[in-house]
Design a protein around this ligand. Structure first.
Ligand SMILES: *Cc1c(COP(=O)(O)O)cnc(C)c1O
Length: 394
């Protein structure tokens, strides 16, 4: 529908849509399907000859699924994309296709905790060894590469602590050693960060976050280069993943407005981050667009924007005071996940998770997702929170 060289905001609107195939209806229809009827034996044979592009069985995808996959692949500049029932399913599928017993995997120490858990449990039981590395390692990753290292897993910025990784440097070394590079790009999205252009081979989106954007569906997508497609598609099929059509529809629907939503998240989050930076209660702000964030220079080089999630380290306040702050929040509600229209705040404990780069002697950490509420109301909510923090600390 759109010119191949159209810009990202145009692609958000046009990609994966084929009204001419559906009576002119603007959005792709939601196909509820398990069984697909074939008109003849010859039609069955033809479908089996082209298994990735035909509608054969509900679990393997319908035109609704293909619309989302086409849209994300186009936005990422990928060969293709595969839709999964959650962000974590996209991670496990994106990793597993490249590993076998005896292989070695490198994973950033700042990784989303369930990714770490998958490596330490399932992969370990199947004889794959994982080494967690300093997120700021850059080209120094060379010293961790082994002949059996098949995959380097990145996340930029890191979950909870927001280190921005040097993906081009890591990819160069990984490729020289015959390893592939996968990256969790949930924070940057296809709009603000384009890892395939920086050397990554596999890009993972927890579409649950900004793509769905309304906190009402679980969804994941992996996009990849041509040589990485087969292993990922085969893993998707072997594991029996299936994505509900209504959830895919919510992903497609969210995608259309992701550009305007992200720009508002970006503006508001930056203003709140700067405001927090000036507060006495706050020791450090981990927002990739602020110089206090590890990898800020890399963010400036490689990203075209910032989304609405960042962390702050408080001064030395007792846990009871932090709890008092969190308990009274009216807009920054206590909840995991992020990327929806609403503000959220959690008090994560990276010290308990990390293994390569200890997170010790730090003040309490708060992770904020800045939603689409009025910025002055958000500041007032935080201001009241700091009053509770002081009152409980006295
Ligand atoms: C939430 C999240 C995921 C997992 O997504 P789900 O849809 O919840 O499985 C993966 N990576 C990051 C960075 C996330 O924040």
């Amino acid at each position: 529908m759109a010119r191949k060289d159209s810009r990202p905001d145009t692609k958000l609107v046009t990609s994966g849509r084929h009204p001419e195939d559906n009576h002119g209806v603007v959005n792709p229809p939601v196909y509820h399907a398990s069984t697909i009827i074939f008109p003849s034996v010859e039609a069955v044979a033809a479908a089996q000859k082209d298994p990735d592009n035909t509608v054969r069985y509900g679990r393997l995808g319908t035109p609704t699924t293909f619309a989302l996959e086409e849209a994300i692949a186009e936005l990422d500049g990928a060969y293709r994309a595969v839709a999964l029932p959650s962000g974590l399913a996209a991670i496990t599928c994106g990793i597993t296709g490249f590993l076998e017993t005896g292989d070695h995997l490198l994973v950033t120490d700042s990784v989303y905790a369930p990714t770490r858990n998958y490596c330490n449990t399932v992969l370990k039981r199947f004889g794959v060894e994982t080494t967690f590395y300093d997120p700021m390692i850059g080209a120094d990753i060379e010293r961790l590469m082994r002949p059996e290292t098949k995959l380097v897993f990145c996340e930029a910025p890191g979950s909870l602590t927001f280190e921005v990784q040097d993906v081009p440097a890591i990819a160069k070394i990984a490729h020289a050693h015959g390893a592939r590079v996968a990256i969790d790009n949930t924070w940057g999205t296809s709009l603000y960060y384009r890892p395939l252009e920086l050397g990554a081979d596999i890009v993972i989106h927890a579409a649950t976050k900004y793509i769905v954007g309304h906190s009402d569906a679980m969804l994941g997508v992996v996009s990849m280069t041509e040589e990485c497609y087969r292993p990922i598609r085969d893993t998707f099929m072997a594991f029996g993943y299936s994505v509900g059509p209504d959830d895919i529809y919510l992903g497609l629907r969210g995608l259309r407005t992701m550009g305007v939503r992200l720009r508002q998240h970006e503006t508001s989050a930056l203003e709140i981050a700067r405001w927090l930076d000036a507060r006495d209660e706050v020791r450090k702000v981990f927002h990739p667009a602020l110089p206090s964030c590890p990898g800020h220079e890399i963010w400036k080089r490689d990203f075209s924007g910032a989304s609405g999630l960042f962390s702050i380290e408080l001064g030395d306040y007792p846990q009871a005071a932090v709890d008092a702050m969190l308990n009274g929040m009216e807009l920054f509600r206590l909840g995991y996940s992020w990327g929806g229209f609403e503000s959220l705040m959690v008090n994560p404990k990276p010290a308990a998770i990390r293994t390569a780069m200890p997170w010790d002697d730090r003040g309490p950490l708060l992770r904020l997702h800045v939603g689409l509420e009025d910025i002055e109301d958000l500041k007032a909510d935080l201001e009241a929170g700091f009053e509770r923090l002081h009152a409980a600390a006295r």
